[in-house]
Ligand binder design. Sequence first.
Ligand code: SF4
Length: 262
Amino acid sequence: MPAPTSRRPAAKKVASKPAKPPAGKAVKPAAKPAAKPAAKRAPARKLSKAEEAARVARVVAGLERLYPDAHCELDFKSPFELVVATILSAQCTDKRVNMVTPVLFGRFPDAAAMAAADQAELEEIIKSTGFFRNKAKSILGASRVLVEDFDGVVPDEMDQLLTLPGVARKTANVVLGTAFGKNEGFVVDTHIGRLAQRLGITRESDPTKIEQDLMAAIPREKWTQLGHQLIWHGRRVCESRKPRCGECALVADCPSAGIAGE
Ligand code: SF4
């Protein structure tokens, strides 16, 4: 394994509130520390600002090489479907959501139909995604606001999206970036929060502050796509409990190589 270029103190764990969907996936806490203490490591030389920027640029380039075709793994055919799918994805896998949405959108294809849905029927359809009562309330509420305030059309402005029940900044960033191609902010879900910490892009634990650090470190035109690439790396290699540093292409530039997940 190539030696990492830097070692920095482990980032604080990302704060995790009790699950409170459907405002968006809460960022999960980092994996529990192992019972035995980590081996002592040589103190790292602090990188200069320019060296640190170059390191982050290499991480970004590495992710772009690894996942050139990374994309949102939620299935959707319209901004409305993406709003609903993202609400459903709170504390649930994209795979499970993708099993539910064909039935859901077959029955309620747009905001007007969804706004008029019977809550009990809606809950039954989305039950397997978990937290279905709160999610149903958010979906109904968001659909009604879309109908009443936006003629049933999902707006492409952050402040307007945030008026929809169940839509917080993370979901709004998903919709703006993935449905409208607008880099207004950086999505911070559980994978991106964890990866940003492990890769030394942030030492924060609050998703809002993590987003600010990501926005400061990454060129704006890359925000949406790099978000997908970070999620893909988090799902495929840098998993929460068992990061596979031994087979990670970013190992040379990762300050957590060999110690993440301990
Ligand atoms: S798998 Fe290991 S080396 Fe790769 S990004 Fe995660 S912590 Fe760093």
